[in-house]
Design a protein around this ligand. Structure first.
Ligand code: KIV
Ligand code: ZN
Length: 543
């Protein structure tokens, strides 16, 4: 039972109750198939959430089956099913959960005057009776029962205390306080949790949980206020998906508690932070609901820096750890921070990226490359690695110095086996190869490979025509990856598509050669530097 789990450390253990498969699944466009729900549930188990709210079994046969299968197949977290406070709904939910080893039944009922009068058309006493009888019925079948007074933040405080006390008495061991409409603000919500703890006589017998919606953008802040005032369970979802504007985002809650030192000293979760990013991507892929780029923790831009001052700080950070990042991307299972090169990135960022790509330029070469970078960046939003590589290659005129297409002859058509003769020039010397292939382009590429002979693989080959008509200028784009996985693009255009293909391929391979030989140059340089330093040290010792 996670709610009662004792931690050896003195920190307060915050139970993470994930409702992605229930509250988030209710949001438009997020419906998932049973197989998809299982996939998400297995990932939530890897993320080590304490509780998975797997669905609402009474609402549909599909939800029933999903909860049943998740309860049966997903090991680790407690599996929870949501139910209305109606006896037949409670029974059906208990039936779905029966297959699981660690299960929880979650009963909810609206308690605010607006909902009592507008939706339920019941008196306070009737609502109280429904809640109590449902919790008792649930407890007769399932050991762990949670009760949620829905729209708690708009419920009269006295009635809220009354129903919380009565449901604990009836056997609920978790009391969840939902801010159903996302109307609360942090001070007020924190205060509500504190007052409940101070007022309800048997509250110590239950875990207090919070469930905040994001209609005013305060779901995470309100949840945190709840924790600071004694709540020990937080209900949340991956990417903050949920009804309307969503729920508190699991990734935000977990990372806040891990990042702020004063919070980390007092609280802990069982979350495996390294699985956060993977969980976010999976949910995005399964639901097709994109994550906004500036979303905290998991958004595409959450660790991307482009302004010169920030980039400079981040480069230093990679050496020392401080300045412009409060969370390391690796903490949540992302690659290291990304530097997006724009016209505002500055020389240091460009030099840093070039060094990462294996280019050790002289100050003059760097300055000239930087000026060319600025001209390009002014026309584009971002300059990619590939474009940067081309700038360097042009700067050093290495593309031309490596391989150039000197001669091409292709025989194909009808029953002929396509055969290509290719001659390439490097440093004034030519090398020739002949090869057959399954098609003309294949034959040409095989012949080129015999001459260039460098490990790589073809990632992509596309043909487009630049102008219309049969005399159109064809443009070929080829992408190849080198041994390190870096991708290099080559482009070639010609009225003859085979020639355009050959040019594009040779250009892409030139970049691979440039990179590999650049690395070798660097390795040689640093070995030379090392030898010089060792010799200097030896000389000093002798002296
Ligand atoms: O927002 C809400 O009140 C809910 C309840 C079912 C807990 O989702
Ligand atoms: Zn909700």
């Amino acid at each position: 039972m996670p709610a009662a789990k004792k931690s050896k450390s003195k920190k307060k253990r915050i139970v993470i109750f994930d409702t992605t498969l229930r509250d988030a699944e209710q949001c438009p466009g997020a419906a998932m198939s049973i197989e998809e729900k299982l996939k998400v549930a297995h990932q939530l188990a890897r993320l080590r959430v304490d509780v998975i709210e797997a669905g609402f079994p009474y609402s549909s046969p599909g939800d029933f089956e999903a909860v049943q299968r998740i309860a049966r197949e997903v090991k680790g977290p407690t599996i929870c099913g949501l139910t209305l406070c109606r006896l037949e709904a409670v029974d059906r939910t208990a039936e779905a959960l029966k297959a699981g080893r660690r299960v929880r039944l979650h009963a909810f009922l609206s308690t605010s005057p607006q909902h009592r009068e507008g939706i339920l058309r019941k008196s306070k006493q009737e609502v109280l009776d429904m809640a109590v009888s449902s919790v008792e019925r649930a407890r007769s079948q399932i050991d762990e029962v949670e009760f949620s007074p829905m729209d708690a933040t708009r419920t009269e405080f006295d009635f809220l205390c009354e129903i919380v006390e009565a449901t604990i008495e009836a056997g609920a061991s978790i009391i969840n306080i939902p801010d159903t409409l996302g109307y609360a603000i942090p001070d007020e919500f924190g205060d509500l949790i504190r007052r409940l703890r101070e007022t309800v006589p048997n509250i110590a017998k239950a875990t207090i949980s919070v469930h905040c919606h994001d209609d005013l953008g305060l779901a995470t802040a309100n949840s945190l206020a709840g924790i600071l005032n004694g709540a020990t369970q937080v209900e949340c979802t991956i990417n903050g998906l949920g009804e309307r504007a969503g729920n508190a985002a699991l990734e935000e809650i977990a990372v806040i508690l891990d990042t702020r030192r004063e919070l980390k000293r007092r609280f802990e979760t069982g979350i495996n932070l390294k699985e956060i990013y993977r969980s976010s991507r999976l949910l995005r892929d399964v639901t097709g609901i994109a994550v906004q780029p500036n979303k905290a923790i998991v958004g595409a831009n959450a660790f991307a820096h482009s302004s010169g001052v920030h980039v400079d700080g981040v480069i230093k950070l990679w050496k020392r750890r401080s300045t412009f990042e409060i969370v390391r991307p690796q903490t949540i299972g992302r690659e290291k921070s990304e530097i997006v090169l724009t016209s505002r990135s500055g020389r240091k960022a460009v030099r840093h990226r070039l060094a990462e790509l294996g280019h050790d330029l002289s100050p003059e070469e760097l300055e000239s490359t930087y000026q060319r970078f600025l001209a390009l960046a002014d026309q584009r939003k971002e300059v990619t690695d590939d474009e940067l590589e081309s700038l360097v290659a042009d700067e050093l005129r290495l593309t031309q110095e490596i391989y150039a297409l000197d001669y091409l002859h292709v025989v194909s058509g009808g029953t002929t086996i396509p055969t290509a003769t290719v001659r390439l020039r490097r440093n004034g010397e030519t090398s020739q190869a002949v090869s057959s292939g399954v098609g003309s382009v294949d034959a040409v590429y095989r012949a080129v490979n015999q001459v260039v002979n460098i490990p790589h693989s073809l990632v992509d080959y596309t043909v487009s025509s630049v102008t219309g008509g049969t005399d159109a200028l064809g443009e070929v784009t080829v992408r190849v990856s080198d041994k390190s996985g870096a991708v290099h693009t080559g482009r070639g255009s010609s009225m003859d598509i085979i020639e355009a293909s050959a040019k594009a391929y040779v250009q892409a391979l030139n970049k691979v050669v440039f990179r590999v030989e650049g690395h070798r140059r660097q390795v040689r340089k640093s070995a030379k530097r090392k030898r010089r330093t060792t010799a200097r040290k030896k000389g000093k010792r002798k002296a």
